[in-house]
Design a protein around this ligand. Structure first.
Ligand SMILES: [Zn+2]
Length: 619
């Protein structure tokens, strides 16, 4: 079936024409930098400047348009020798420049081998409950017979599967339509699932023994080996992993421990798989039930059917005889405060938690908790709380569901001296419909440095963001708001400090200003546009409003709003969004970002969106 054709909306950006620059002919390449290893194999972008808009430019023989200010951007086949050869002319002047990059290592098979390098799995230290299935696989010459030879001499047959070449997932995030994967003909994936602990253990001398391994397992049990027979030849590759079954004292109890230099608001983070977004956040001292280990991560058992992976470095294992992390909830109580309501879930142990926010709802899950709640105080007591109820969702899964009378503005969690979990639910600020921003404290974050992109003529993202942030600061102040700037000059500001400052100062809203860049392999001409990111559900409306106002103001392509696991949008204490207004590598967009008038228009779009968002929150 052919891939669906995306709806192409023609856009005519409302950006000023590029002002001409006519300096001496001077070729520069901003991207890719010299000796960079590309992650794209077929086509990639290259951009820089020529010093004059009159220049004519060829890159590897292909004519590349030069903007009136000398900036240029091209999307070209990656040169097979890794060298971009640039030639520019202006009148009788000529300039040449070679830019050499490193091509990504192809999935090649070395002489005398049948295995694609680094394609074998699993790797590292592994400890899993006996009987659990473990995936083993490698990529190698197609048409072979593959087995895994276990140390106890059993042979496990691997199944051959055709391999699809899909390219990097970073680039896929930006493409309007999915690339149609090609089938690799010369190599195949060989796969099997084996039961851990069915009488075998594999010990790789390069891999440390898993910390969860029991003392009874001898470390010299032999190594499992992949075997691939192609035609008459047999090739072997040892399993680069130490695999042991969990034996004594399983599951183990561990306790969350912060690194020595961690800030006060540090939390351990858990995710649904061993990679991917963070989904759980746990305070110091939280007790975890651990039933697996893989390559530096522990698997935390939350319920019978739910687990999370977390960094083993953030957990101290308790002795095998330690009691499991369970507790009884003896009470649930709400305490009204001036600017918040405290929900207190009383238990004597810190257990893993998760908070799920909705438009007007919050639900607090405590894993490992059993209810003994006879009396729950709520309702009538506080105008913010419409309804509150607890439920025992499953064995060891306790939940409190709250319905608020207003949209969720923000919340945070902590523990009191008795180890009761405290969820502090923020009261929405008082809003004057005629001056919706008056009196609010708005944190404005000019994204970067460190890091950030650079445009063809050398405008840095950090500078562009700061220009917009300054304009936004004065407009917000004119609207009666107080403004908290996370930076006011070119000095780098630590990423983690920015949202922490906003939360510590009780900012009512956090807005992080950015401009975008593409990963290798994406066609910038087809895929550029405006996007806004959020993470917490109570920030979704703000993201939508900012996106709508930016599109209305600049009429760039609509990339859409997205939920993204970014430090600046993860805070729970206030609505927070991160806007990616333009792409700095596009010459016309870079030129626009240098223009103070465009910076003011971007800022004004943010102000209109903030006003609309705040006004819509009034009951
Ligand atoms: Zn950025």
């Amino acid at each position: 079936m052919p891939a669906p054709t995306p709806l192409r909306v023609e856009v005519s950006p409302a950006l000023p024409a590029i002002r001409p620059v006519d300096g001496p002919l001077h070729l520069t390449v901003v991207y890719p930098p010299d000796s960079l290893m590309l992650t794209a194999v077929d086509s990639n972008f290259i951009f820089g400047a020529a010093g004059t808009g009159r220049a004519r430019l060829r890159v590897n023989g292909v004519s590349v348009p030069v903007s009136p200010n000398g900036a240029w951007l091209a999307y070209l086949a990656v040169p097979s020798d890794g060298v971009y050869r640039l030639e520019a002319t202006a009148d009788s002047d000529t300039a040449t420049l070679d830019r050499t990059v490193v091509l990504p290592p192809a999935a090649t098979i070395e002489e005398g081998s049948a295995f694609v390098a680094e394609s074998d799995e699993p790797r590292g230290s592994i400890a899993l409950p006996a009987g659990e299935l473990l995936d083993v696989a490698f990529t190698g010459l197609a048409g072979g017979q593959a087995t895994l030879l276990l140390p106890d001499r059993r042979r496990i047959r691997l199944i051959e599967r055709p391999l699809l070449e899909t390219g990097s997932s970073d680039a896929a995030d930006f493409r309007a339509a999915p690339a149609v994967p090609a089938v690799a003909r010369s190599v195949s994936r060989y796969e099997a699932a084996i039961e851990v602990g069915a009488g075998w253990t594999s010990s790789d001398s390069e891999t440390p023994f898993p910390t969860l391994a029991g003392p009874l397992i001898p470390p010299d049990t032999g190594t499992a080996v992949f075997e691939l027979v192609v035609a008459e030849d047999t090739f072997r590759l040892p399993l680069r992993s130490t695999v042991v079954p969990l034996v004594d004292g399983v599951p183990r109890t561990g306790i969350v421990r912060a690194p020595d230099d961690a800030p006060a608001d540090w939390m351990a983070r858990g995710r649904p798989g061993r990679a991917g977004p963070f989904h759980w956040f746990w305070h110091r001292g939280t007790r975890l039930r651990i039933d697996g280990e893989r390559d530096g991560q522990y698997r935390v058992r939350l319920t019978g059917s739910l687990s999370a992976w977390t960094s083993a470095g953030d957990v101290t294992l308790l002795p095998a005889t330690s009691p499991p992390p369970v507790a009884t909830v003896t009470g649930v109580r709400m305490t009204p405060l001036i600017n918040a309501v405290d929900l207190r879930i009383m238990a004597d142990t810190r257990l893993p938690i998760r908070i799920d926010g909705g438009e007007r709802t919050l639900s607090v899950t405590v894993y490992g908790a059993t209810s003994a709640v006879n009396f729950m105080q709520y309702g009538g007591l506080d105008p913010l709380i419409e309804r509150a109820a607890w439920s025992q969702v499953a064995d060891g899964e306790f939940r409190v569901d709250l319905e608020l009378t207003e949209p969720v503005w923000g919340y945070r969690t902590s523990y009191d001296a008795t180890n009761a979990l405290v969820v502090t639910i923020r009261r929405p600020p008082r809003i004057d419909p005629r001056h919706p921003l008056a009196g609010l404290l708005i944190a404005v974050d000019a994204g970067h440095p460190p890091g950030g992109g650079t445009g063809p003529t050398g405008l840095t993202e950090a500078d562009a963001n700061l220009g917009v942030a300054r304009a936004l600061e004065s407009m917000l102040e004119a609207a009666g708001a107080r403004v908290l700037m996370t930076r006011t000059d070119a000095m780098p500001v630590d990423l983690g400090y920015r949202p922490r400052l906003a939360a510590d100062m009780n900012a009512d809203i956090l807005v992080s200003l950015h401009n975008n860049a593409f990963p290798d392999g994406v066609n910038p001409f087809e895929n550029n546009g405006t996007s806004v990111y959020y993470y917490q559900p109570h920030s979704l409306d703000l993201a939508r409003d900012v996106q709508a106002e930016l599109l209305r103001e600049l009429r760039l392509r609509d990339i859409g709003i997205g939920r993204a696991d970014l430090a600046l949008v993860r805070p729970t204490w206030m609505p927070s969004i991160l806007s990616e207004t333009m792409f700095l590598m596009i010459p016309r967009q870079e030129a626009a970002l240098r223009d103070p008038d465009v910076q003011r228009r971007i800022a004004r779009a943010h102000v209109r969106a903030l006003e609309r968002f705040v006004r819509d929150r009034i009951r």
